[in-house]
Write a protein that binds this ligand. Structure first.
Ligand code: 2BA
Length: 107
């Protein structure tokens, strides 16, 4: 069993959940979160990934989570830029952390 934390853009969360639900995962949770860099809302998906399901889970995320360009207001301190212009950053599709699970229980 592995645990996956996938940080996705909130616009993509519904589509990702729709693709993940039919996989029959033992646990799938959606958590409202926000990024530390842009300080904007995003969505964290906590996913329990049993053996053999990592491929389908990654495919579901790849097919539903898009990369998008956004702009950081110039007044934010971005990479110590003192520019008067908004800074363009690319966000998404998903930032994925995968860890081995020592123990999993549902009480
Ligand atoms: P944010 O922290 O709001 O970051 C949004 C986007 O800003 C990032 O998109 C990236 O393009 C840019 N960015 C973030 N940190 C940066 C930095 N130190 N220097 C320059 N640009 C930076 P993504 O990479 O797609 O990340 C999307 C969201 O995933 C992040 O939202 C954050 O919530 C999470 N994330 C990304 N990398 C992470 C990490 N190493 N640890 C924990 N969470 C992370």
């Amino acid at each position: 069993m592995q645990a996956m934390l996938a940080i996705v853009q909130s616009e993509d969360a519904e589509a990702a959940l729709d693709r993940l639900k039919p996989l029959g995962l033992p646990s799938l949770s959606r958590v409202a979160s926000s990024g530390g860099f842009l300080r904007q809302g995003n969505t964290a998906l906590w996913i329990a990934v049993p053996p053999g399901k990592l491929g389908p889970v990654m495919s579901a995320l790849r097919e539903t989570c898009q990369r998008r360009t956004t702009y950081v207001p110039a007044q934010l301190e971005v990479a110590q830029l003192a520019s008067a212009f908004p800074v363009e950053v690319e966000v998404g599709g998903a930032t994925v952390f995968i860890c081995d699970v020592e123990r999993f229980e549902q009480i």
